[in-house]
Design a binder for this molecule. Structure first.
Ligand SMILES: *[C@@H]1O[C@H](CO)[C@@H](O)[C@H](O)[C@H]1NC(C)=O
Ligand SMILES: *[C@@H]1O[C@H](CO)[C@@H](O)[C@H](O)[C@H]1NC(C)=O
Ligand SMILES: *[C@@H]1O[C@H](CO)[C@@H](O)[C@H](O)[C@H]1NC(C)=O
Length: 542
């Protein structure tokens, strides 16, 4: 799949383009890209044992989406699985358009032998993202892929064009089928320890380049739960982009990437001509799993040999320190011409502070995960549709309190109400002895600070209010907190979830309802005409 503009607009997309133009939602110059993706089961043996995987157009991992800022994507997903299915676009902000977010709170799942065409724009975005199945434990079987948004030709990026760029989807992997993993969780047990780490669905990828040239590696953690450390034997890595932020271009020997996160680095092949190990190894785990790939210099006759280069394994403080070095380059632009730093986020008064504490309670004798005592359960009716059609009793807006409280945990379809244009401070308080990784759909947010122990208002003194980066997924270290600032400029129903999939599946999520009473297309698009209806929304008229 090339990066050039698609010249073959189908009649269908021209009609859609005309329809959208008539209400001037998009500019004429933003191209359309049309995809048809058929989702099926297949068999693969990524760890040497045949197992059921999810294929998209026969591929595992799924096809890579290479698109340009502001392009309009039409992705017709045909579900040939035996269960309802949705894809979500991790980090794509879906401006004014939570209708396309592809999670159960916004979309009815696509029934088996049925299809749904996602229609969205990569509005004002650039960077390294992914997509993956959001339904049940499908993610454990594949169905994920890279989603790279390249700059428009008129927008400069703050680094020379690399000779080539490689997309690395890295994640923990189980030999156990996704259905068996789901049964573990449904029966109240935790997931076992993963069996391995895959890089692009395999254990032996090779990336080739010429000595003296510089290559980009776009790295995403597509695993279910484990953080990893990434490094390349004998080579320095220059960090240039993190989830759409252009960062200060520091040089690292190795980088931690937590569940759900993405970043891109530049690597100059400045070493003697031979092959080098590329390694991803698990972080904060008793047993350390390693995945090795190969960086092959053109004309190298020397294969990799010797032990894999070592990296950090349990050093939490090291990881937190490294996280603090990720900073915005204030003078660089992102997807738009104005420099990132022209938005003085540190000068804005916050309207509300939320402290969201995660916990791992037993409810009805089963393992669950909760936020401020509430463990999320999905509704048969997407919350977005319930809101639109005024269907009562689908979700509750008063179950999650804005600060933690004492008492037993309970189940609810929890929504936190907030107002469009508020500027909120969110503290993720992790009092568990486990890693946490929090993701917010529809937004990127400033990661103001990380700290150990209990957050207090005094912790604000250590915030970076000058040049921290924005991103869509922030890790929270064991017995620690992470503070973020969010400018609520995107109306809609947005999923805030643990990117640690077992936690997400068992209740570590909720929705942020960013609301404005004035109905206006300037704030939010109308329900799409091809919307799928389900639950209590069946029979309603869009
Ligand atoms: C299913 O695909 C057809 C084209 O093959 C398309 O016209 C239709 O809108 C799709 N259905 C939905 C719900 O998007
Ligand atoms: C920041 O971005 C500017 C503008 O693109 C660039 O010239 C500069 O080298 C960058 N600085 C750092 C430290 O990355
Ligand atoms: C607030 O804005 C002013 C310029 O308007 C700037 O000099 C100052 O550094 C800003 N403070 C923060 C914390 O961003």
């Amino acid at each position: 799949m090339g990066r050039s503009l698609s010249l073959s607009l189908s009649l269908h997309s021209i009609l859609v383009a005309l329809a959208l133009l008539s209400v001037s939602l998009v500019k004429a110059e933003d191209a359309y890209r049309d995809y048809t993706w058929t989702v099926t089961y297949g068999t693969a043996s990524p760890l040497g044992v045949p197992q059921q995987v999810i294929l998209i157009n026969g591929q595992f991992p799924g096809p890579r989406l290479d698109v340009i800022t502001n392009e309009n994507l039409l992705i017709n997903v045909i579900n040939k699985l035996d269960a309802p299915f949705l894809l979500t676009w991790n980090g794509i902000k879906q401006r004014k358009n939570s209708w396309q977010d592809g999670v159960l709170g916004t979309n009815c799942p696509i029934p088996p032998n049925s299809n749904f065409t996602y229609k969205f724009q990569t509005k004002d975005q650039i960077g390294t993202y992914t997509y993956f199945p959001s339904t049940i434990m499908h993610k454990a079987a594949g169905g994920f892929g890279g989603l790279n948004v390249y700059a428009r030709s008129v927008i400069p990026v703050p680094y020379p064009k690399p000779a080539q760029d490689f997309t690395l989807l890295i994640g923990d992997w189980f030999k156990t089928s996704h259905k068996a993993l789901q049964q573990y969780l449904d029966s109240g047990k935790s997931l076992p320890f993963p069996d391995g780490i895959l890089i692009n669905g395999q254990t032996h990828s090779t990336f080739s380049g010429d000595q003296g040239k510089t290559y980009m590696f776009r790295i995403s953690n597509v695993g279910l739960s484990t953080s990893f450390n990434f490094r390349i034997e004998g080579h320095k890595m220059k960090l240039v982009e993190v989830e759409g932020s252009h960062v200060i271009q520091n040089t690292y020997d190795s980088l931690d990437v937590h569940a759900g996160q993405s970043l891109s680095i530049l690597v100059t092949l400045d070493q003697p001509v031979k092959d080098y190990y590329i390694v991803a190894s698990t972080r904060f785990t008793k047993q350390v799993l390693m995945a090795a790939a190969v960086l092959h210099y053109t004309n190298s006759q020397t294969p990799v040999s010797g032990p894999l280069p070592a990296g950090p394994t349990y050093e939490i403080h090291w990881s937190m320190e490294q996280a603090r070095t990720l900073r915005w380059n204030l003078t660089a632009n992102a997807a738009r011409p104005n420099p990132q730093g022209s938005f003085h986020y540190g000068n804005i008064t916050t309207t509300t502070t939320f402290v969201f504490a995660n916990s791992a309670p037993l409810i009805n004798g089963k393992q669950r995960y909760a936020v401020n005592r509430v463990s999320y359960i999905n509704s048969d009716t997407p919350l977005k549709l319930a809101d639109y059609f005024n269907i009562p009793g689908v979700f509750s807006m008063d179950s999650i309190q804005s600060i933690p409280s004492e008492g037993p945990a309970f189940l609810a379809t929890s929504v936190v109400p907030v107002s469009l244009h508020d500027f909120i401070e969110v503290i993720f308080q992790n009092n568990e002895n486990a890693m946490q990784s929090w993701h917010l759909d529809g937004y990127d947010f400033w990661v103001a600070g990380y700290g150990s122990g209990q957050w207090t208002s005094d912790s604000r003194k250590a915030y970076n209010l000058h040049d921290t980066l924005t991103r869509h997924t922030a890790q929270v270290y064991p017995n620690s907190w992470t503070a973020i600032l969010v400018s609520l400029d995107n109306q809609g129903m947005w999923n805030m979830r643990s990117a640690i999939w077992e936690r997400q599946y068992l209740g570590n999520q909720f929705y942020l309802r960013v609301f404005n009473a004035i109905h206006s297309l300037a704030n939010e698009y109308d329900m799409p005409t091809n919307v799928l209806l389900c639950g209590k929304a069946i029979g309603r008229h869009p």
